[in-house]
Design a protein around this ligand. Structure first.
Ligand code: UD1
Ligand code: CA
Length: 448
């Protein structure tokens, strides 16, 4: 397969999403749709990727930073006009260009490679990726001549009842010979129901100019699913989630109940880790080998070492780094905290903005009081320290190596290594107090 450039169309508003967010930035399995498409095009081997933006373009540009070349389409006059806007960016280039809509997140890199290969082999000016659907819905219908050659696409809104019965549809993905594409595009008109310049209309123009056009049909039509509404977004989400579950299990992770386990695309999990039901692992989280996670656990943008035990009902938030063999138990929230090897935070605790050493035990109900209403402060608990249950650690504060904090303490100043901090009111027992109380009450009753 020869080199090609990828062009992703992402300028549309996505009206049917009814959203303030540009359609292609809506996430599928934790990654924006347009990023899925970008990765697919890159993984297929594109030597360069252009992303065409318009609606919410600044946000898309910001998302990609320097990874792609951005091309602007100021006014959205249709997919044909969109490609025309990339003419300058592609001037002087005469290789293949693969055009992919930004709303086909399920497309696989291998399909793009097959498309480019077929394009080269057939010596076509344009090669269209199609799919056959039992319910072709509102997709553009592929029209073929008596010999089975593709002659064009009729958009659903422009299609007669007869054409609407066609089940082969356009995925929106094309491979073009760049020079021939830009020679033909200016001949496309907007004389149709939507008054738009349709990219597929370049096909009859190319044919009339004597060029060959071919098509490749996806073997798995799920890949070509276009996401135009929230309902379609949810369908794509289900497929992508399943792919990720499959990948994770294939790499040696046990998902006790795949259906109630949600793992974002960029999550990494080591082998022999067991994920128990009702667990959501998000963002760029990485989990080591031989851990037990769940049930009912939510982890986002965290790093978890090997042999950790997390759950049930734990909430692990961004910036958390757990070393090996750490235990985080029920109703524990950890945020932006480092916890070193073998430490335990077993129950009912908030650990935020903290650095916890190794071999530390944090008793039930401990709270790091990290926020004073203006700033967040750090709590440090050094190696081997023991925090008694129901303690408050008012940051900034340090509990020294192997120190003890007595149960129920509110610690406001540093605890030196090896010492015991007791920071609570001393207990006083009043002997015979209950008998006196009873006597007083009885006397009061008599006087009524
Ligand atoms: C398009 C195809 C249709 C195909 C379907 C597959 C056309 C005219 N129709 O329809 O044949 O079956 O995809 O999913 O091409 N975009 C721009 N600028 C524009 C218009 C669109 O960048 O001026 C982008 C959109 O952001 C989107 C993509 O092009 O990512 C496709 O546009 P969309 O409006 O979703 O086209 P469909 O109606 O789905
Ligand atoms: Ca679409």
């Amino acid at each position: 397969m020869g080199p090609f450039i990828g062009l992703i169309l992402a300028a549309g508003l996505g009206k049917r999403m009814r959203s303030a967010l540009p359609k292609v930035l809506h996430e599928v399995a934790g990654v924006p749709m347009v990023d899925h498409v970008f990765r697919t095009v890159r993984d297929a081997g594109a030597k360069k990727v252009l992303v065409l933006v318009g609606h919410g373009g600044e946000r898309i540009e910001e998302h990609f930073r320097a990874n792609v070349e951005i091309v602007w389409q100021k006014e959205q006059l249709g997919t044909g006009h969109a490609v025309m806007c990339a003419a300058d960016a592609l001037s002087g280039y005469d290789g293949a260009v693969v055009v992919v809509p930004g709303d086909v997140p399920l497309l696989q890199a291998s399909s793009i490679r097959h498309l480019v290969e077929q394009h080269e082999k057939s010596g076509s000016a344009a090669t269209m990726l199609t799919m056959v659907l039992s319910d072709p819905a509102a997709y553009g219908r592929v029209v073929r001549d008596g010999a089975g050659r593709v002659t064009g696409v009729v958009e659903f809104k422009d299609a007669s009842d007869e054409i609407r019965t066609v089940r082969e549809v356009n995925t929106g993905v094309f491979c073009f010979s760049t020079r021939l594409l830009f020679e033909a595009l200016p001949h496309v008109t907007n004389d149709n129901q939507q008054g738009e310049y349709y990219l597929p209309d370049v096909i009859p123009v190319l044919i009339s100019r004597g060029h060959a056009v071919s098509a490749l049909t996806l073997s798995d039509p799920l890949e070509g699913m276009g996401v135009n509404s929230r309902v379609e977004l949810a369908s794509a989400e289900r497929v992508m989630r399943d792919r990720k579950r499959w990948e994770v299990m294939d790499s040696g992770v046990t998902l006790v109940d795949p259906g109630s386990t949600f793992i974002d695309m960029d999550v990494r999990i080591g082998r022999d880790t067991v994920i128990l039901p009702f667990t959501i692992i998000q963002g760029s989280t990485s989990i080591g080998e031989s851990c037990s996670v769940g049930p009912y656990v939510n982890i986002r943008d965290a790093v978890v070492g090997d042999g950790c035990k997390i759950g049930p009902f734990s909430f692990i938030r961004p910036g958390t780094v757990l070393a090996d063999s750490v235990k985080v138990g029920d109703f524990v929230e950890v945020k932006n905290a480092k916890i070193a090897t073998g430490s335990k935070v077993p129950h009912l605790t908030y650990v935020g903005d903290a650095i916890i050493g190794s071999g530390v035990n944090v008793g039930a109900g401990t709270i790091t009081c990290n926020y004073d209403g203006y700033k967040k402060h750090t709590t440090v608990i050094e190696d081997g320290a023991f925090i008694g249950a129901n303690s408050n650690l008012v940051a900034p504060v340090t509990v020294g190596r192997e120190a003890y904090v007595a149960t129920g303490s509110t610690v406001t100043t540093d605890v030196p290594p090896g010492s015991l901090a007791i920071a609570r009111a001393r207990q006083e027992n009043k002997e015979g107090w209950v008998a006196k109380l009873k006597a007083t009450r009885a006397a009061r009753e008599e006087n009524r």
